[in-house]
Design a binder for this molecule. Structure first.
Ligand code: FES
Length: 147
């Protein structure tokens, strides 16, 4: 992957995403390995990880539910959607359900402001959310995982 980028450093984010997809999260070992391969310090790698909400150094559930509560989503009910998810799943911000199925996260803008309120589950966007729509979405993911 690295030769496709103008500098080794510019391969960092795609490489982190790839590693996270493979391992499930960015462990200390993954961080050390990528830092060494890209001629970066581990601190430089960790600084990038901490900037992006889609990257994590902690194991997550099978489905990472990121609910946006930034301004556009907030005025259209994003906080209520987050609260609804927390109640339904029985977990709070950055917590994972006991069955390991869902992790819930409150996030900043995910670039879907025109369709607020919005959420992202792994790589899927869900927009114009209501509590009922969110219920169906979460139920569908759970169904998919158990089929
Ligand atoms: S403010 Fe929620 S997607 Fe932009």
């Amino acid at each position: 992957m690295v030769p496709h980028y103008p500098t080794k450093r510019s391969a960092l984010v795609p490489t982190l995403l790839y590693a996270q997809d493979e391992v499930g999260y960015l462990s200390d070992e993954v961080i050390a390995e990528l830092a060494s391969r890209l001629d970066l310090t581990e601190l430089e790698v960790r600084n990038v990880i901490s900037y992006y909400s889609m990257l994590t150094t902690k194991p997550r559930g099978k489905f990472n539910v990121q609910v946006c509560t930034n301004i556009s989503c907030m005025v259209r009910g994003g906080e209520e959607i987050l609260h609804h998810c927390a109640t339904k799943l029985g977990v709070g911000h950055k917590q994972t359900t006991a069955d390991g199925m869902f992790t819930l996260e409150e996030v900043e803008c995910i670039g879907a402001c025109s369709w607020a309120p919005a959420a992202q589950v792994n790589y899927d966007f869900h927009e114009n959310l209501t509590a009922e729509k969110m219920d169906r979405i979460l139920d569908d993911y759970k169904k998919k995982a158990t089929q």
